[in-house]
Design a protein around this ligand. Structure first.
Ligand SMILES: Cc1cc2nc3c(=O)[nH]c(=O)nc-3n(C[C@H](O)[C@H](O)[C@H](O)COP(=O)(O)OP(=O)(O)OC[C@H]3O[C@@H](n4cnc5c(N)ncnc54)[C@H](O)[C@@H]3O)c2cc1C
Length: 243
């Protein structure tokens, strides 16, 4: 792990784009008002702060950076759960000012590691993997990367077209699994929760890969346990969790 000092601390960022990605997830882009280019490692996160103009009270939350480094903007995939910060974001408008400190975190992707990768993503936990894949695409690097991405419903897949493009351009082998399939939802692909059996079947050479897992705590803990139970060394597993 590389220890990076935060490049920006509580710096003003303008909200420049708000795009509804799925029913529950919105993609927000914040651009540095000072045009500061931030170097970070894909996988790291930023602290996003809303300051109430009337009371001066602040609300700060962590979000995984979804775009590639270096950049003078940050893109986040945010589950709109109507909590303290997400309810503010639900009413946010383009050009609003938020404050950002970044980068932070031990969940770090080494694109030059010369290894094969296994990405396991649950829900908005796919965000750091977009940063990793976008970096690889920007650098014209083909990764030997297999990914299993778990969503509740077929319409929960974030940036599906871009994911398909990664598969075509970079030979990413992505398997999406739907945990709550329903009659008439049109889904003909993989269903069920990710587990050791699914990993073994979809990625037979998983033992030769470095695993990155990101998603809700129960997802991350269960998959870490499954990988270790199947013989993977703890040192070959990187994990980030929230929710
Ligand atoms: C390192 C890190 C990276 C993160 N990256 C992302 C990211 O990329 N995208 C993202 O959407 N969130 C991410 N989070 C979660 C984020 O920081 C907030 O916790 C989340 O947005 C809720 O904040 P809130 O103020 O709206 O809700 P709060 O008012 O703080 O919380 C409301 C309640 O909702 C629960 N909750 C939190 N997240 C979820 C969820 N996804 N679904 C259901 N319940 C939830 C909380 O446990 C709490 O009980 C990350 C967290 C960490 C620690």
């Amino acid at each position: 792990m590389v220890v990076l000092k935060p490049v920006v601390i509580n710096k003003p960022y303008a909200l420049t784009s708000i795009e509804k990605s799925t029913r529950d997830v919105t993609t927000f882009r914040f651009e540095s008002k000072e045009k500061t280019n931030v170097h970070f490692i894909p996988g790291m996160f930023a602290m996003l702060t809303y300051k109430d103009p009337e009371t001066g009270k602040s609300i700060s939350r962590a979000f995984s950076i979804a775009n590639a480094p270096p950049s003078d903007y940050f893109e986040f995939f945010i589950a709109m759960i109507n909590g303290q910060l997400t309810s503010k974001l639900a009413n946010a408008k383009v050009n609003d000012t938020y404050y950002i400190s970044a980068p932070y975190g031990q969940f770090q992707f080494d694109i030059n590691a010369g290894t094969k990768f296994l990405f396991l993503a649950g829900g908005t936990g796919v965000a750091p993997f977009f940063s990793m894949l976008r970096q690889a695409e920007a650098m014209g690097k083909k990764l030997d990367c297999s990914m299993i991405y778990s969503v509740k419903y077929p319409y929960d897949i974030i940036e599906k077209q871009e994911l398909d493009k990664f598969s075509a351009d970079m030979e990413l082998k992505a398997l999406v699994t739907v945990t709550r399939p329903a009659e008439g939802d049109g889904w003909t692909g993989q269903t069920g929760r990710v587990n050791g059996e699914m990993i073994k079947k979809a990625v037979p050479d998983f033992m030769d890969r470095v695993a990155y897992i990101c998603g809700p705590p129960e997802f991350v803990k269960a998959l870490k346990d499954d990988l270790v139970a199947m013989g993977m060394n703890d040192r070959e597993i990187r994990a980030e969790m929230w929710g």
